[in-house]
Design a protein around this ligand. Structure first.
Ligand SMILES: [Zn+2]
Length: 301
C-alpha cells in the first residue's frame, strides 16, 4: 500500500517535473525577442538589412494581374509581411482592372523567415520587394513580363544591354519593349493609396522618376499622390541606380514596431506625427478592410 502510494506520488511528481522541463524547453526554443505571443499574423523583426520575419505571408506564384516569372520563382523569395504582400497583389489587381492585358512581374520579396541572402543587402525583414517594370510595345499595348530578365532602361524608357547585362537578354522581344509609364504610375498610385502600408522608399533611376512624375502631372493625377511620389521616388546614392526594376520598402506597421520592427533612414514629413505621438492609426485593420471593400478604383473616379 505504502509503496503504491509512493509510486503514485512519484508519478505525479514526475509529471510535474516533465511539465516544468517541457515548459522550460519551449521557452528556450522560442526565439529571443519581445512579445513572442501574437495573434499569428506576420511580424517584421528588426531592420530591413539585419532582420527577419515571423509567420510571413506568401505571395502566390500567380494571381489576378500578377505573376512571379520563372527566374524568381526558382529562388522562392515570395515571403513578406501580410501588409506588403496584400498591397502588391491589390495594386496589380487594380492596374489589371483598368487593362486586362497588364500583368505585373513580381521579383523578390524575402526568403522564408527572412534574413540575409547572396542576392540582396536588404530584403531581410519582409518589408522590401523588387517589381519588374510594366512594359508595352511601341503602340502602348501592354506586354507580359519577361521570364528571366530585368531589362535596363535609359532615361527615355528604351531598353538597352547595360554593363550588368553582359550576356544580353534571353527575352526574344526585349528590344520591342518600352517602359510603360502609364501602368507603372498606376501601380505606384495604388501602392501609395493602399491603407495597409506606408511606403518609405521606391528606388528608381532619376530619368525614369522624371518620366513618371511628368506623366502624373500631365494627367492631373491627385496632388497628394504626386507630392508623395516626389518625396519617396529616389535613385539611391549608395547602390545600383535601379534603372531595371522598382525596389519598394514599407515602414514597419505600428503593431510590428511594438514587436521589435525597426525602421531606418528617413521618416518623411507626412509620417512624423504618427511616429512622435502615435498619431492616427494608419494600420487599423478594421478600417482598412472596410475601405478596401467599398472603395471604387481610382481609375474610374
Ligand atoms: Zn531590391
Amino acid at each position: 500500500m505504502a509503496s503504491n502510494w509512493r509510486s503514485v506520488r512519484t508519478a505525479v511528481h514526475d509529471e510535474g517535473v516533465r511539465a516544468l522541463v517541457l515548459g522550460l524547453a519551449l521557452a528556450q526554443t522560442a526565439c529571443a525577442g519581445p512579445n513572442l505571443w501574437t495573434d499569428g499574423t506576420s511580424v517584421s523583426v528588426a531592420s530591413s538589412n539585419r532582420g527577419r520575419i515571423r509567420s510571413p505571408a506568401r505571395l502566390p506564384l500567380r494571381g489576378p494581374g500578377f505573376r512571379v516569372p520563372p527566374r524568381w520563382k526558382e529562388r522562392g523569395f515570395q515571403f513578406g509581411t501580410d501588409e506588403i504582400v496584400g498591397a502588391v497583389a491589390r495594386a496589380a489587381g487594380r492596374v489589371h482592372a483598368s487593362d486586362r492585358r497588364a500583368t505585373l512581374g513580381v521579383a523578390d520579396f524575402s526568403r522564408n523567415r527572412g534574413g540575409s541572402s547572396k542576392w540582396h543587402n536588404s530584403h531581410h525583414s519582409g518589408r522590401d520587394v523588387d517589381l519588374l517594370f510594366y512594359t508595352a510595345d511601341a503602340k502602348g499595348k501592354p506586354l507580359a513580363p519577361p521570364d528571366h530578365d530585368m531589362m535596363t532602361f535609359d532615361d527615355e524608357g528604351v531598353p538597352y544591354v547595360g554593363k550588368r547585362d553582359k550576356t544580353g537578354y534571353a527575352d526574344p522581344i526585349w528590344a520591342d519593349r518600352r517602359f510603360d509609364v502609364r501602368r507603372n504610375w498606376e501601380l505606384l498610385e495604388a501602392l501609395l493609396g493602399d491603407p495597409a502600408i506606408r511606403l518609405q522608399w521606391v528606388f528608381i533611376s532619376n530619368g525614369l522618376r522624371a518620366k513618371l512624375l511628368a506623366w502624373a502631372r500631365r494627367k492631373q493625377r491627385p496632388r497628394w499622390a504626386v507630392e508623395y511620389a516626389e518625396t519617396i521616388l529616389r535613385q539611391p546614392a549608395d547602390s545600383l541606380p535601379h534603372d531595371n526594376h522598382f525596389h519598394i520598402r514599407v515602414y514597419c506597421t505600428r503593431a510590428d514596431r511594438f514587436h521589435g520592427c525597426l525602421d531606418r533612414g528617413a521618416v518623411w514629413q507626412h509620417e512624423k506625427k504618427a511616429f512622435k505621438y502615435g498619431g492616427p492609426e494608419h494600420y487599423d485593420p478594421v478600417t482598412w478592410r472596410r475601405r478596401l471593400g467599398s472603395e471604387p478604383s481610382p481609375w474610374r473616379l
